[in-house]
Design a protein around this ligand. Structure first.
Ligand SMILES: C=C(O[C@@H]1C=C(C(=O)O)C=C[C@H]1O)C(=O)O
Length: 173
């Protein structure tokens, strides 16, 4: 099953308000997770490698499904636990001048790179339920909500997908 991506305000079955607010928030998710934690935000790098582009990623990036792409998968921890799974994907030919920095990120948040460079523009946020099979086994659950958006500076073409794990956000954040 492929996620059915909709423009955030067009999804036929919107999630509860606090989650919808997080899904649509324009700023850095790193910053918002940091603010919501106990000074314990961290990035856990799960994988950074070439993989074949999934059909929905290929469609969003305008490339052929299965084409090798740069993939980075992380868990974002805050308030004592992993709260977001993120998968960022870029065509190998579209890493642009950020290639060295992207490949050297390690456990530094991708957000620091994306939000400090005014040349990098973010496209509209889309939301969908995320397939459990695409999540790390320990966090796999049906029906979790995800958002994705496209970051570009002309050369760089990066699709960032963020999945909110069970129980996040807490009420009132
Ligand atoms: C795009 C951002 O960067 C975050 C950090 C990521 C990473 O380090 O791989 C991936 C997705 C984002 O949630 C952000 O902070 O908004």
């Amino acid at each position: 099953m492929l996620p059915d991506w909709f423009a955030a305000d067009r999804h036929p079955a919107l999630p509860p308000a606090p989650l919808f607010n997080w899904l649509c928030a324009e700023g850095s998710l790193t910053q918002r997770l940091t603010d919501a934690g106990n000074d314990d935000f961290r990035v856990e790098l799960l994988a950074q490698e070439e993989q074949p582009a999934r059909a929905d990623e290929a469609q969003a990036l305008g490339i052929a499904a299965g084409q090798p792409v740069w993939v980075r998968q992380v868990l974002l921890h805050t308030d004592g636990a992993p709260r977001v799974f993120a998968r960022s994907v870029a065509p190998l030919s579209a890493l642009g001048s950020a290639a060295v920095e992207l490949n050297g990120l390690g456990t530094t948040s991708l957000g620091h790179l994306l939000f400090r460079n005014p040349q990098i523009r973010r496209g509209p946020i889309e939301i969908a339920r995320y397939p459990a099979a695409w999540l790390p086994r320990d966090f796999a659950a049906e029906g979790l909500w995800a958002r994705r958006s496209h970051f570009s500076d002309g050369d760089l073409q990066l699709l960032v997908c963020e999945v909110f794990l069970q129980g996040w956000p807490p009420a009132g954040t």
